[in-house]
Write a new protein. Structure first.
Length: 255
């Protein structure tokens, strides 16, 4: 039975959404890694958020055969807007977010897909903090604080709300209206998925953090915005039910 469910995960059609802004140094390697990862049946959707570092030329030139769909924003709108465009174009059974900066390993797609294939989850978060990692102390502290705040408002028991590695049943993510334009996507989607009653599960993933000298875009202002989004989408959005106390999340340890 376990083998059949593992095979089912490998047979699912996967849509990989890659939001991209000024990632000319890593985009080729990311595309190669995604193409090489299981499952074999996947569509790769790149959303170029008005890059100005030569990345757009790479995507429209030598890398054009490395993906299936290219969506280009005429002006820089932010990660949330890029994901909104990518999700709308997805046609697979499951949709995964893949950042273009090599912090997350596409070889772990089967780990993200497995709980959905087993019928245990509608959304899977890859937690950087359920496995040993090299994340800086300030980074871990900030993420834990935001995750705790999110848990208090949503009633979930996540360890890494801000993770970028998220997998969704396509019909689930396409049913959610995404309002945030930038990095507020993670707290927004967490609050809205929790309010919908969909099942969320965490699995442990590896993580290779990069520094600002390597092109990291997120800053302290995005942390402040994340806190605002936690409150906004958990409390002030109309029709949000009261959260159940710390329920609705299962964790899967990395082996």
């Amino acid at each position: 039975m376990a083998q059949r469910k593992a095979l089912r995960a490998l047979l699912m059609r996967l849509s990989v959404i890659i939001p991209c802004y000024n990632e000319s140094a890593t985009i080729a390697a990311v595309l190669a890694a995604v193409a090489a990862a299981a499952p074999a049946d996947k569509e790769i959707i790149v959303v170029d958020d008005a890059s100005n570092d030569g990345c757009s030329a790479l995507l429209q030139g030598p890398l054009r055969g490395s993906f299936d769909v290219l969506i280009r924003h005429e002006r820089n709108r932010g990660k949330g807007a890029a994901l909104r465009s990518g999700f709308a174009a997805a046609t697979g059974d499951v949709v995964v977010v893949q950042d273009a900066d090599l912090e997350y390993d596409p070889q772990e797609y089967p780990r993200l897909l497995a709980p959905i294939a087993r019928g245990e989850a509608d959304v899977v978060d890859g937690s950087r903090f359920r496995s040993a990692g090299a994340s800086p102390l300030w980074h871990r502290a900030g993420n834990k604080a935001l995750t705790l705040a999110s848990n208090l408002f949503t009633g979930l028991d996540l360890t890494d709300m801000e993770t970028c590695y998220k997998a969704f049943r396509r019909e689930v993510i396409q049913s959610v209206e995404i309002e945030e334009e930038r990095f507020g996507f993670e707290p927004e989607i967490t609050a809205k998925i929790a309010a919908s009653g969909k099942r969320i599960k965490e699995v442990a993933i590896s993580y290779r953090p990069r520094g600002y000298s390597e092109g990291k875009h997120i800053g302290w202002r995005d942390g402040v915005r994340a806190l605002f989004c936690i409150v906004r989408y958990s409390v002030f959005a109309p029709g949000r039910p009261a959260p159940a106390p710390l329920a609705g999340v299962r964790a899967e340890a990395m082996t």
